[in-house]
Design a protein around this ligand. Structure first.
Ligand SMILES: Nc1ncnc2c1ncn2[C@@H]1O[C@H](COP(=O)(O)OP(=O)(O)OP(=O)(O)O)[C@@H](O)[C@H]1O
Length: 704
């Protein structure tokens, strides 16, 4: 042991060669054995044990003490100033360490580094460091580090398998996946009560089928951003979807896998460079914060004069080994699922936030607090449909629903603002976005995993989730070029299960643009309404009632049969509709630079004049716009019901012996209902138009 109580290790021993599933390996006949809460390796101790249940607590503002076996992970100050530590990023990266080559290279590069520097210096280190055993795994990891820059926003969809309950209810798998596109087959009823299938196509950065493992999910989502968090990046990975869609199943393994990679980098590529890893885990429930690692103690969020966010009382653990991290994750998860009012109900109404924070001792000394180098946040969001609980009788449920709704909307807006390089990020929209504020400032990366259920019973929620994901992605400046699916009218017989792009004949960009300008009703600058192909891609005739279709009891009966045949059940083409994909590409900046004239020519292109506090207004307007669209959708659905009733009435009127009185009364009632629905929607529309004009959001229409 040295004076500071630390054991000296050889380079060989410090190599972090935990196998892929280290957690499982611990205590399972691997080279790792657990000793009184610590982890030993057969050839020398690396990780020193501390019971995470009784962590050493640091006083406010104290620098972390020199590491000792009893202090390998510690609590940060009770008052955790996310910004004092976190938002002030290390200005320059000075490589300190034993490798002359790497050190020299860094200084020659001005002491700063970016992603490319990292990969280059890593190469140098590897080549100079003959002491390293260059396992294939490490080589592979170094290669990953050199990977191309990661997109600012990545949207991935994950479909879970049908569960037992869905199978027993004979629900069907209505999701087809082809590469990075997916199609939702929605069963609908026409006015004459005949059934048909409307197909909604979406394209994302990646679409993961039900047989994709959690390891693959990690590789596709979080793994690419891990190296960046050593370089001032704050990355956020969140899962979105309805309750039971697999958010928790997807999110739970990710932090441990990321920790493994982070520790590997700290102990290998960046060893001896003063990096430290910190861990915290809390949840937001009903707009309030609770520490999941401290008996669900209530936390308080404060802003200082410089608008820096502090979470008062949050415990942050310094961690240096996987086993401890695993225990902390398990502890937090257990606390989360045993909340006050019953496990699942509550956890699906809360957002859980697990943060891995990389800090670095500024000058290698322990006397100053370490400063933030980067951060990786994992957010298991509340069930998305919980936001709709605003009509519940229970007041508490309504309040929670409204808060969830607000936070999901605000999150979407913050991500979009981020990707459009807006200077004002509307993070004040909710507790969630306020807490994540520092993740929205500076160099950030966002990975969104949209979890969906495949079952026909969840179709509406699934479409909502996909629309949310689509808007996060497609309205952003970042990559959506590959989402340009073009227009066509496709007869039913062509509706084979081919990938979206290959099914759809291409139109020229001009034609696409023309269609967009024709159809884009909303297009004010906050977004371009790149939607999924909302109009039916192909509309297949279905037998009248579901029971008549001869659905097989196995999964996917009707749809699978239909897909396999590539034709509709009856083989009759009906209602081929024009398919369209609205313009998704043009970044806001480009619009801003276009002349007003051009915008006018682009029909529904909007111009929003600069207004003060535009983010606040924007948030309100977005909410109102969403409300208007929902009200419209609802009105259409109600109208359909009314029309069905009208048709029945007509059928009855044709019957001999029909009572005229009854007919007149019912017709009068039906017409009143129709009129009331229209008037209500008109009022809503007029109100929204007033709000747009109050906020100087002008929408130009193409002159006829
Ligand atoms: N990809 C998958 N493969 C196998 N099982 C899955 C998958 N995704 C989810 N499940 C299972 O489905 C069930 C619901 O998943 P999960 O609890 O993750 O949903 P959730 O979206 O987090 O719900 P909530 O919002 O209520 O917390 C769980 O039993 C889970 O094990």
């Amino acid at each position: 042991m040295n004076a500071g109580g630390r054991r000296r290790y050889s380079t060989e021993q410090l190599l972090f060669d935990v196998p892929a599933n280290a957690a499982a390996a611990v205590g399972a006949g691997s080279r790792w054995t657990q000793q009184r809460g610590g982890v030993r390796r057969g050839d020398g101790e690396i990780f020193v044990s501390v019971d995470p249940a009784t962590p050493a607590r640091l006083r406010g503002g104290d620098a972390p003490a020199a590491e000792s076996p009893g202090q390998r992970q510690q609590l940060s100050p009770g008052l955790l100033d996310l910004h004092a530590f976190d938002t002030e990023l290390i200005p320059d990266f000075q490589v300190q360490g034993m490798y002359d080559g790497a050190q020299k290279f860094s200084y020659e590069n001005g002491g700063g580094f970016d992603d490319s520097d990292v990969s280059f210096s890593t190469q140098k280190q590897m080549s100079k460091s003959t002491v390293f055993a260059e396992s294939n795994y490490l080589n592979a990891f170094t290669e990953k580090e050199k990977a191309a820059p990661v997109a600012k926003i990545k949207v991935v969809v994950r479909k879970r398998p049908l569960n037992k309950k869905e199978i027993s209810k004979k629900e069907e798998d209505i999701i087809d996946i082809e590469l990075n596109s997916l199609t939702v087959h929605e069963t609908k009823l026409k006015v004459d009560l005949t059934g048909y299938v409307e197909k909604h196509g979406f394209v994302f950065d990646a679409v993961l089928d039900e047989d994709v493992s959690n390891d693959e999910v990690y590789r596709e989502t979080v793994e690419p951003v891990v190296p960046a968090i050593f370089n001032r990046t704050k990355a956020t990975c969140f899962a979105y979807g309805q309750t039971g869609s697999g958010k928790t199943y997807t999110m739970r393994p990710l932090p441990l896998k990321a920790s493994q990679d982070i520790l590997r980098l700290m102990n290998h590529t960046y060893r001896n460079q003063g990096f430290q890893l910190f861990f915290s885990f809390f949840e937001i429930y009903g707009g309030k914060l609770y520490d999941l690692l401290n008996e669900r103690n209530k936390l308080c969020m404060r802003e200082d004069g410089k608008q820096k966010v502090c979470i008062v009382g949050l415990q942050e653990y310094r961690v240096s080994d996987l086993e401890t991290i695993k225990e902390l994750i398990e502890r937090g998860n257990a606390t989360r699922s045993t909340g006050t009012t019953g496990a699942n109900e509550e956890s699906s109404r809360s957002h859980a936030i697990l943060q891995l924070v990389i800090k670095r001792r500024v000058d290698g000394s322990d006397t100053k607090p370490p400063r933030l180098a980067g951060k990786l946040s994992f957010i298991d969001l509340a069930g998305s449909e919980r936001g709709a609980d605003t009509t519940e009788n229970d007041k508490q449920t309504r309040i929670e629903g409204a808060e969830i709704n607000k936070s999901l909307l605000a999150l979407k807006e913050c991500i979009r603002a981020l990707d459009n390089d807006q200077t004002h990020i509307p993070f004040r929209g909710s507790k969630l976005t306020e807490v994540l504020r520092d993740s929205f400032i500076g160099d950030s990366r966002t990975v969104m995993i949209s979890c969906i259920s495949p079952s026909s019973g969840s179709c509406e929620h699934t479409l909502n989730t996909l629309r949310y994901a689509d808007r996060v992605k497609s309205l952003s400046k970042g990559g959506n070029s590959k989402k340009e699916v073009t227009l066509t009218a496709a007869p039913l017989r062509d509706s084979s299960p081919s990938p979206l792009a290959s099914v759809v004949p291409s139109f020229s960009a001009d034609e696409v643009m023309h269609d967009i300008t024709e159809r884009n009703n909303f297009g004010w600058p906050k977004q371009q309404y790149g939607k999924e192909q909302q109009s039916p891609l192909f509309v297949d005739r279905m037998p009248k009632a579901r029971g008549d279709t001869g659905f097989s009891s196995s999964n996917g009966g009707y749809f699978n049969e239909q897909r396999a045949r590539g034709t509709a059940a009856t083989g009759v083409a009906v209602v081929p509709d024009t398919m369209y994909q609205q313009e998704r590409q043009q970044p806001r900046k480009a619009r801003g630079s276009a002349s007003e004239n051009n915008m006018r020519n682009s029909s529904a292109y909007p111009i929003r004049k600069a207004v003060p506090d535009e983010d606040d207004h924007l948030n309100d307007l977005l909410q109102e716009e969403e409300d208007l669209v929902s009200a419209h959708r609802k009105q259409v659905e109600e109208t359909l019901d009314i029309i069905k009733e009208e048709m029945n009435l007509l059928v009855e009127a044709d019957h001999p012996g029909n009572q005229l009185d009854d007919y007149v009364t019912r017709l009068s009632s039906i017409l009143s209902q129709k009129a009331a629905g229209i008037v209500e929607l008109q009022d809503r529309l007029a109100q929204f138009q007033r709000r747009l004009s109050e906020n100087n959001v002008l929408i130009y229409s193409e002159s006829p």
